[in-house]
Ligand binder design. Structure first.
Ligand code: CLF
Ligand code: SF4
Length: 535
């Protein structure tokens, strides 16, 4: 799967800001094509996830998304995915991609440590699924394009259907080869397909794609982008007609396709996309990409959010993407691939324990019900208080999984960010950071970058925090809060918001707008812990 990340220092000039982009406004036309019930676009919810349940969609769709960490925001707190890097070749070139670059400390698409044969991949999947019962989805997302390597991709799926029949199969593609392979996709019951669509206008596309290889020829410029666009739209329509769930990934490239992504959202919604995932460009000179070398920057946190917010009213938005490596293993936001290298697999006794997996999943179902109930209670309490109509804040949360506030500030490699008001506690993104505490000691040099990552938040909810980071956060205007240890995140965020509103109403706190924050991508994720539930 493709993408990229970003950023050095905060840009002096921003291309867009919240409020500068108009929302989609009136409801969009219904899809003209197909209409597999599974693939009707969403109704423009701010994100697809936490509040979505069987009542929000047909049962058949709910069954497909409820345990998929990418298709359900709520599920991503509990369930894991893994990618197997069986697809090295690609049939196009994106200006944000360089697959030669690998670093085990980096987490971003296109990056892998070991390429696998289908046989090696199947052994790895069975080992991981036995060890990590919360792993419900197997995806092929590169390091090239899954469908530019059809034999390796479909051989892997064929073998897995026999060895691990309860796993959902998922694929990510640039879409060029998609129309030719829809039958194969359906044959192996792959019911989740991601297409990366960065433009619906070839004039925009030619700034992103220098060439494609199609029909035994290399095409360049406008012609290349036009063919790619037509193939992407055709592939999406064909999948919709077959009832395959589709997600569209778009890389937000400031100055190139930022406002254009609103049109992309509209067009993919029309063609039945279930989700739209708008991700920040990852662009550093050391990655050796065209964009990295030419100084094309990625968006800031508020620029990304502005485009996502402007797309509300179109396809459902995914906001919890972690721009995974093509060999990622674990919960989104953690990477346990180092535990399952080929040499370690050789030493493992692998038994596919279906009972253990089912038992974990039953525990999660109970936990999710409790989480929903706690959220509803907290919403009822928060909505009963008097707040200024527009009082709304961002709250960062330190969590190691299970949907709870359960991580120490110093151990965080990724904060989750929720938009909170009297009527909602909505996941709107995450911020990767370098871990502040190493070996029991706080690294003060890291602290400013951690604060910058959540600089747009009014509070940060943590399980524990030391005196030094506490003081720095307060000085920056971010309230550190350790009063909700172990509680469900949404309940904790709403309870804190209720308290904050009362303080604002009493005059003991003056509510002020926060600044922008820096998106730090490509951070080290191996240290992330596993989920809270015991297997
Ligand atoms: Fe992998 Fe992609 Fe399937 Fe998920 S990832 S193939 S849909 S199982 Fe998920 Fe990772 Fe984002 Fe992709 S967080 S990069 S959206
Ligand atoms: Fe890289 Fe190909 Fe994916 Fe583009 S489609 S990001 S060139 S692997």
């Amino acid at each position: 799967m493709q993408t990229s990340a970003n950023t050095g220092s905060m840009p002096a000039k921003t291309y867009i800001n919240i409020g500068q982009i108009k929302s989609l406004g009136a409801p969009l036309a219904l899809p003209e094509t197909g209409g597999g019930c599974g693939t009707q676009g969403g109704e423009g919810k701010a994100s697809c996830g936490s509040s979505d349940g069987p009542e929000d969609m047909p049962q058949a769709i709910w069954d497909k998304v409820k345990d998929h960490p990418c298709y359900s925001e709520e599920a991503h707190h509990h369930f894991a995915r893994m990618h197997v890097a069986v697809a090295p070749a690609c049939n196009i070139q994106c200006n944000y991609c360089n697959r030669k670059y690998d670093c085990s400390n980096e987490s971003r698409p296109g990056v892998v440590s070991q390429k696998l044969t289908p046989e090696q991949a199947v052994r790895k999947v069975v080992a991981v699924a036995s060890e990590i019962p919360q792993m419900t989805v197997l995806g092929i997302a590169g390091p090239g394009d899954a469908l530019a390597n059809p034999k390796k991709t479909f051989d892997t799926f064929r073998m897995l259907q026999e060895k691990a029949p309860d796993l959902k199969l998922c694929i990510s593609t640039n879409g060029l080869a998609l129309p030719d392979l829809v039958d194969e996709i359906c044959k192996y019951n792959v019911d989740h397909v991601t297409i990366t669509i960065n433009m619906v206008d070839p004039a925009v596309g030619e700034k992103i794609y220098p060439w494609i290889f199609w029909n035994h020829k290399r095409l360049t410029g406008y012609e290349a982008a036009k063919v790619l666009h037509e193939r992407q739209m055709l592939g999406l329509e064909m999948l919709t007609a077959r009832g395959v769930l589709t997600k569209i990934n778009s890389v937000l490239i400031p100055g190139i396709n930022d406002e254009h992504l609103i049109e992309v959202n509209r067009e993919v919604k029309k063609r039945g996309a279930f989700l739209h995932n708008i991700m920040p460009l990852i662009s550093e000179p050391e990655h050796g990409t065209v964009f990295g070398l030419t100084g094309q920057r990625g968006p800031t946190a508020s620029e990304l959010k502005a485009v996502q917010d402007a797309c509300m009213g179109g396809a459902n938005l995914m906001r919890h993407c972690r721009q995974c490596r093509a060999d990622a293993v674990g919960l989104l936001g953690e990477d346990r691939s180092e535990e399952f290298t080929l040499d370690k697999l050789e030493q493992m006794d692998v038994v596919y324990d279906l009972d253990k997996r089912r038992s974990y999943q039953e525990k999660v179902a109970v936990e999710r019900q409790a989480q929903q109930a706690a959220k509803q209670d907290a919403l009822a309490a928060a909505s009963a208080i008097q707040t200024a109509d527009d009082l709304q804040v961002l709250v960062a949360v330190a969590t190691k999984g299970g949907g709870r506030v359960n991580e120490h500030f110093g151990h965080v490699t990724e904060f989750q960010v929720f938009e909170v008001s009297a009527t909602k506690a909505l996941f709107v993104g995450h911020r990767r950071v370098d871990q502040y505490c190493q070996g029991g000691e706080g690294d003060d040099a890291q602290l400013p970058s951690v604060v910058r990552a959540i600089n747009d938040c009014h509070a940060v909810l943590v399980a524990k925090i030391g005196a030094c980071p506490k003081d720095e956060l307060i000085a920056a205007g971010v309230e550190p809060v350790d009063a909700y240890v172990g509680e469900f995140i949404e309940k904790a965020a709403l309870d804190w918001f209720k308290d904050y509103s009362l303080r604002v109403a009493s005059g003991s706190v003056v509510h002020q707008s926060r600044g922008d924050a820096q998106i730090r991508q490509g951070a080290y994720t191996n240290l992330a812990s596993s989920v809270a539930l015991a297997a």
